[in-house]
Structure formats: structure tokens, C-alpha cells
Design a protein around this ligand. Structure first.
Ligand SMILES: Nc1ncnc2c1ncn2[C@@H]1O[C@H](COP(=O)(O)OP(=O)(O)OP(=O)(O)O)[C@@H](O)[C@H]1O
Ligand SMILES: [Mg+2]
Length: 271
């Protein structure tokens, strides 16, 4: 545990060394009210009873672990706002560290910020999991959005008035080609132009397994690394930090599944 915390401290130093101008995008301003119309046109997600508990969405369960996650949300939000960053990737060294759990918790937690719009996208095109976690009936595919085959509106649900999620129902046929696609920057910019989100969050595949996540990191302003307290090694975290820092800004490390950090659920956020 101490070694992991030391690795997180090193990540902070490395991050502070990542200088330069933040990647702020100048977006065209949509006509008055136009984005409100596209938001209200999205179909509504109504979670079945028990979904939040089954998916470990502590930020929506009202228990004693919720506030621990809200700390992560607040830190992420403030740091991104301070730098003018709008796109956040969530990744991990290997599979199963808790990327999807953290992404969904962050998204739902942000949905309570009524003055901010958040869009969350499932970019793990090989092993998508949200459909099962959220018991979604829709056969949505963010992969089809990324290739330009279909629009965002046909593959997204709205929760409340200010949070939209675009899931991936089944593994995509050509994940690598999709994520390397030349049209990806254009498509992301078009979604931002139409929906005017304050933040877009992307649940990525693990970094050290394929190059899918590496391909996508160039499209975001910053990345959060989710490490599993008793599984991820210092070497893996170091490796990931280097890969992330060479493509985008390193925002921080969430030390997940951490039994000793106080609250039962265990989210430690390294800065
Ligand atoms: N803090 C936690 N405490 C206990 N269990 C957790 C915690 N976070 C996640 N899990 C569990 O660990 C498993 C993996 O979590 P999750 O699917 O979020 O990880 P992932 O990194 O997205 O995995 P994959 O690489 O397969 O996409 C799930 O069963 C989840 O419920
Ligand atoms: Mg996942």
C-alpha cells in the first residue's frame, strides 16, 4: 500500500512537470435553447429497483460511502474547471480494477450538479459491461457513433435533465479500427457542439492489454487512472503514467478496492 501511495506521489510530481497550455477547445456556441431541445429529446433512463446497489453505484445509494465518492467528483471537477479541460478518460493498468464502476459513479454523482451537463460514453469496445450493470434494454452502441454509422441521439439515454450516457451493447467488430478512426475527432466535436456538455467522460479499456486505450487518449484533455489496491503493481502504475503523460494530461490516480482507507467501500484519490 505504501509503495502504491509513493507511486501516486510520483505521478503528481510528473503531472506538475506536464506544463504547457491546457487543451481548451473553442466550441461554436449553439443557438439559444437549441441544446436544451436536443437534451430533452433523448429517451429517459429509469433505473430498475436495486440497480444502483447491484452496480455498486455508491454515489446514488445514500449510504456512508457516497460522500467518499463525492470527494473524488469534486476534486476532478475543480481541477478540470481550473484548467479549462472538458474531456476526461478513465483507464486502468489491467482489467477489473474498477474503471466502469468509477466512471458510472462519477457520471451519476455529476448528475446531481444541476447547473452542469455531463456526457458519459462506454469506449471499452471489446468487453463492454454497462448494459449488464445498469440492466439496459436498449441495444445502443457508442462504437457505431464513433464510426459515424449512427448519431449520438440514437445511442444515448438521459438521466434527469443534465446527464446522458451512451453505452455499448455488445463487443464491436473492429474495435482497433474504430478507435483509430480518422473521423473520431470530428464526431466528438460534433457531439460537443450539439449538446454543449460541461464534461465528457470516457470509460476506456485497460492500458496494458491492447492499444485501444492508447489510441483514444489523444482525443481527451486529461485521464484518471484507476488502480486496484491489492492487484495493481507499482511497475504497472509507473508504466501507465508514462503512457498517459505522453498523450494527454495525467489528472490523478484513484486507488480503488482499498480496504484500509476509512470508508468500507474504499476509494482513495491520489493527487
Ligand atoms: N471499490 C470496490 N470494492 C469492491 N468491489 C469493487 C469495487 N470497485 C469495483 N468492484 C467490483 O470489481 C469488479 C470489476 O469492476 P469494473 O467492472 O468496474 O472494473 P473494470 O476496470 O471496468 O473492468 P473491465 O476491465 O473488465 O472493464 C466488479 O465486479 C465490481 O463490482
Ligand atoms: Mg469496464
Amino acid at each position: 500500500m505504501e509503495r502504491l501511495q509513493a507511486a501516486i506521489a510520483r505521478a503528481r510530481e510528473a503531472r506538475e512537470g506536464v506544463g504547457g497550455e491546457p487543451a481548451v477547445r473553442a466550441l461554436p456556441v449553439a443557438g439559444a435553447g437549441a441544446e436544451a431541445d436536443v437534451w430533452s429529446a433523448l429517451p429517459v433512463y429509469q433505473p430498475e429497483r436495486g440497480v444502483f446497489e447491484a452496480a455498486r453505484l455508491v454515489s446514488m445509494m445514500g449510504g456512508r460511502d457516497g460522500p467518499a465518492f463525492d470527494v473524488v467528483r469534486t476534486k476532478v471537477m475543480h481541477q478540470m474547471k481550473a484548467n479549462g479541460w472538458k474531456r476526461l478518460a478513465i483507464t486502468s493498468p489491467t482489467a477489473g480494477c474498477g474503471k466502469s464502476t468509477v466512471s458510472l459513479n462519477l457520471g451519476f454523482s455529476l448528475s446531481r450538479q444541476k447547473d452542469r451537463r455531463t456526457i458519459l460514453c462506454e469506449v471499452d469496445l471489446r468487453r463492454p459491461s454497462w448494459s449488464k450493470m445498469l440492466r439496459l434494454k436498449e441495444r445502443h452502441s457508442f462504437a457505431r457513433v464513433l464510426t459515424g454509422e449512427q448519431g449520438f441521439a440514437a445511442n444515448a439515454l438521459r438521466y434527469g435533465s443534465n446527464f446522458a450516457l451512451s453505452s455499448t451493447f455488445e463487443a464491436a467488430r473492429n474495435p482497433a479500427e474504430t478507435l483509430h478512426g480518422a473521423v473520431v475527432p470530428e464526431i466528438l466535436a460534433a457531439i460537443e457542439e450539439e449538446y454543449q456538455p460541461d464534461m465528457m467522460i470516457f470509460d476506456l479499456p485497460p492500458l496494458l492489454v491492447t492499444d485501444d486505450a492508447l489510441a483514444f487518449l489523444v482525443h481527451v484533455d486529461c485521464a484518471l487512472l484507476v488502480a486496484a489496491a491489492e492487484t495493481s503493481t507499482v511497475g504497472q502504475i509507473d508504466n501507465c503514467e508514462r503512457e498517459i503523460a505522453s498523450r494527454t494530461n495525467m489528472l490523478g490516480v484513484v486507488l480503488n478496492k482499498c480496504r484500509y482507507s476509512g470508508p468500507e467501500y474504499g476509494y482513495g484519490y491520489g493527487y
